[in-house]
Design a binder for this molecule. Structure first.
Ligand code: MLT
Length: 209
């Protein structure tokens, strides 16, 4: 079992009551500081839990190993997903948090998608920015009504539209309440992403803990 110390992380307690905490998961080469401003901006006042990925690729932190761009080491992904879900469990006990909503970008969105499929109890929902299907053959999961927002870029050179659509179908097929939006942009985040994510949170008072 991991302890919160297993992952270098930042934790910022809630400053407003009744909001679900966010689990912030950075992209390749990022760290625990990257998504804090995004978290503050889309869910002001929510507690923020932001770990740094423990895998290094040419010195760049990631959440799991890949064999090539878009080709994942699925054994490592499974192991790392459980490790991260254990960390979340421990951090919840340590900081007194309900199950968080993951807010992940790219590699961070991919491990969030894997966590939904392998450890659904670890998350109360997820926002997946530039995510792809983490498993070639996804495990069967029960995601009954868990809210999930997927935001893709229709000119993303890393993630084919078909792949993101497959992820939406997998999560929807498992029972999640999936909203999949595609923006006319590439892999990087844009102002339009921010607007979509902010609206998604604003429309979900029922997510409040
Ligand atoms: C991944 O490896 O998770 C995806 O290819 C996205 C990336 O991190 O570049």
């Amino acid at each position: 079992m991991s302890t919160p110390e297993t992952f270098i992380h930042r934790f910022e307690p809630a400053t407003a009551p009744g909001l679900p905490p966010l689990l912030l998961l950075h992209g390749t080469g990022g760290d625990e500081n990257d998504l804090l401003p995004l978290g503050h901006s889309v869910a002001p006042g929510a507690a923020l839990l932001s770990p740094r990925g423990r895998t290094l690729e040419a010195g760049m932190p990631r959440f799991f190993r890949r064999l090539a761009e878009g080709v994942f080491d699925e054994d490592d992904l499974r192991r790392r997903t459980h490790e991260l879900a254990d960390f979340v469990e421990q951090a919840r006990a340590e900081y007194g948090l309900p199950a968080p909503i993951a807010l992940g970008f790219s590699n961070g969105a991919n491990i969030a998608a894997a966590m939904l499929l392998l450890r659904p109890e670890a998350l109360s929902g997820a926002v997946l920015l530039r995510a792809m299907s983490p498993f070639v053959k996804p495990p069967v999961a029960a995601l009954t009504a868990k809210p999930v927002l997927i935001v893709s870029g229709s000119f993303d050179p890393i993630i084919p539209e078909e792949n993101a659509a497959r992820l939406a179908a997998t999560l929807g097929g498992a029972g999640a309440a999936v909203e999949h939006r595609s923006l006319p942009t590439g892999h990087g985040l844009s102002q339009a992403d921010l607007g979509l994510v902010r609206d998604w949170f604003a429309q979900r008072p029922a997510l409040a803990a």
